[in-house]
Ligand binder design. Structure first.
Ligand SMILES: Cc1cc2nc3c(=O)[nH]c(=O)nc-3n(C[C@H](O)[C@H](O)[C@H](O)COP(=O)(O)OP(=O)(O)OC[C@H]3O[C@@H](n4cnc5c(N)ncnc54)[C@H](O)[C@@H]3O)c2cc1C
Length: 389
């Protein structure tokens, strides 16, 4: 992007190198067997990527949303699965502890999460509360010096492999009576339930978190009781801006693969790139990708500069994610079409790109939910849409 600083460009290069050395060689096998590249997190820790958005005073790199989005795009272009796990660790867990945690919580958790010794995740979604996140049923009841949690979280990225989870639970009867608890693997009454087998993002383990009379010390509650909704919503906005970076990375990889193929593959005695219908697909893909890139990095830059707040920030993040996610899925489908039969096989990575890209139309707010957020902001009271958030 034209406004990237020298520091941003250096970051881009170092993440690109790391992705080539530490992600690329393993992703095909991990995608096949639904494995997990845990070692990459230690490497990310050495490079300062696991605390990239955390203030230096808290042991992080002190950068912002633009830097985090660059990291997502560069890793996403190689291995979207590990990048999704990185996003859950960095944006949903580490950043939330840094932003909202007490100094005691920060000093207990951040050093090991930022070094890569511990892996983090976030528990919000439940079997009966997905888009309607505030309809969550997990409850936390205060008993002396600890809370007792009961309930199940589902679809949790890093659930099967994580050490620390930033979890939301109801502490009252109202929709907004939501509190946050840092839950460690090993706490009494906490277990990770089943791991899901998925069509894409297969090297990012997804599973359940189960709380059965789980005892969480009061010291692990983040912020005041019942005061978590605004922190949760603000974090969703940041998640949407940065996850759009994964869509950008996947789309870029698909466009590069399809362009290379269109130059090399010959039919009817000429490269298929000579055919206008192939050119049209590539040109449309390139234009849509660049438009989404401008939209996403502009949203990230506005976030870093503090130019937007409240619903305007939510709308900006929703626009970036909505367009980037749809763009990536379509571009990957077009890449498959350009590669013909080869595109449909595992001989080329475009079928993986397409399977991975689809997730970004569902996770962190579905396309439908994002359209509601945007339309609500445009239409105000006149909007007749539902109000999931
Ligand atoms: C791979 C993966 C990783 C994930 N990681 C995490 C994680 O780390 N932590 C976490 O908490 N969650 C995570 N999620 C959950 C994710 O955020 C939810 O899947 C998502 O919010 C949608 O919820 P749902 O799946 O229950 O779908 P539902 O909410 O049941 O939606 C089903 C369909 O109905 C539509 N719909 C719902 N409400 C409306 C409405 N008002 N108007 C119009 N259409 C509507 C939806 O758009 C969708 O098309 C993950 C999900 C996946 C698949």
């Amino acid at each position: 992007m034209w406004f990237f600083s020298d520091e941003d460009r250096m970051l881009q290069q170092s993440v690109r190198q790391m992705a080539k050395a530490d992600l690329a060689p393993r992703i095909e096998a991990l995608d096949h067997e639904e494995g997990f590249n845990r070692e990459a997190f230690r490497k990310m820790g050495e490079l300062g990527l696991l605390g990239i958005i955390v203030p230096e005073a808290d042991g992080g790199s002190g950068l912002g949303a633009v830097a985090a989005t660059i990291a997502m795009e560069e890793m996403g272009a190689v291995d979207a699965s590990t990048t999704l796990s990185y996003l859950a660790h960095l944006i949903l867990c580490v950043n939330q502890i840094a932003k909202n945690g007490s100094s005691e919580q920060k000093s207990r958790y951040l050093p090991r999460l930022i070094s890569g010794e511990w892996l983090g995740g976030m528990g919000m979604s439940e079997p009966e509360a997905g888009s309607d996140a505030l309809g969550m049923k997990t409850r936390a009841v205060l008993k002396g010096d600890h809370y007792v949690l009961n309930g199940t979280k589902t679809w949790i990225t890093n659930g099967p492999v994580g050490d620390v989870f930033y979890c939301y639970a109801k502490t009252g009867e109202g929709r907004k009576d939501v509190s946050t608890f840092i839950v460690d693997r090993g706490m009494k009454g906490f277990s990770t339930g089943k791991k899901f087998s998925k069509m894409g993002m297969r090297a990012s383990p997804t599973g359940e978190l189960v709380f059965d009379q789980c005892e969480v010390p009061v010291a692990n509650r983040v912020g005041a009781e019942g005061a978590s909704v605004s922190m949760l919503m603000r974090n969703l906005d940041l998640e949407r801006v940065t996850i759009a970076g994964i869509s950008l990375g996947v789309a870029r990889a698909a466009i590069e693969t399809a362009t290379r193929y269109a130059k090399e593959r010959k039919q009817f005695g000429k490269p298929i790139g000579a055919f206008q219908q192939i050119q049209e697909r590539l040109a449309e893909a390139s234009a849509w990708y660049e438009a989404c890139r401008a939209l996403t990095y502009s949203a990230a830059k506005m976030w870093d500069e503090g130019l937007l707040a409240g619903r305007e920030a939510s709308m900006s993040a929703a626009r970036a994610k909505l367009q980037s996610a749809q763009m990536a899925t379509q571009v990957c489908l077009d890449a498959i079409q350009i590669l013909g039969g080869y595109g449909y096989t595992r001989e080329f990575p475009v079928e993986r790109y397409m399977r991975d890209a689809k997730l970004m139309e569902i996770g962190a707010g579905t396309n439908e939910v994002l359209r509601i957020i945007i339309a609500k902001q445009m239409l105000g009271e006149a909007a007749d849409a539902g109000k999931p958030f």
